[in-house]
Write a new protein. Sequence first.
Length: 262
Amino acid sequence: MSYEFIKVEKEGHLTVLTVNRPEVLNCISAPTSVEMDRALNEFQQDPEAWLCILTGAGDKAFSAGMDLKWFAEHGVEEYRRIMAPLQGLGGITQRLDCNKPLIAAVNGLAYGGGFEMALSCDIILAAEHATFALPEPKVGIMAGAGGAVRLPRRIPFYAAMSILLTGRRISAAEAAGLGLVAEVVPQGQVMTAARRWAAQILECAPLAIRASKEVASQSLDLPLSEALSKVFPSQKTLFQSEDAVEGPKAFAAKRKPQWKGR
């Protein structure tokens, strides 16, 4: 499938989705969201696609967020019409049913919706020159694509409010100190780091990874006793899978397991 605003590369079980609009700092217009939503739907539905890395073209920006110029030219009604069937900005900020792991490789600034897309991923990696911000209040709006909801759930409340209420930028190092970023690497090396993390994940059974993600994310708001006793759908799938048999067999035979994802 061809795309105008993004690139999708498949490398075995790994999918790399790149926002390909470096001339506008990888801003997300409504048509860009349409393409990203389509690509992520395909990733989610493909049984051979086990993990996705999300990044932006160039070394200046992961994404500067919503394309306000496109919004101003086309109007709010057209924006709402196009976005209505999608799973949020970039097809990701409202994507709550994807149990496959998502890695954000932040190769520059991640502002507004760009930061919100990164927050929608499971692991954030950043180049040392990357910066993060939710500056929406400075232009009369708010971080409505999940930033105001997700950030206080990802870091301490007062740290989150210091970002949300000021619109200030934070460095990759500060983001790492807050626990938002898993690793900071030199400029130009974030995709190398993302592939290294992806390789570690792909060594694990894909159904075990999906079960782990579902349990971790879906149990957050449950009482501890309920979370511990609940059997989630992906757990049932894992327990009944060929991989659940293959893992112990491979361990006993001292060989590398051959995961099938089923």
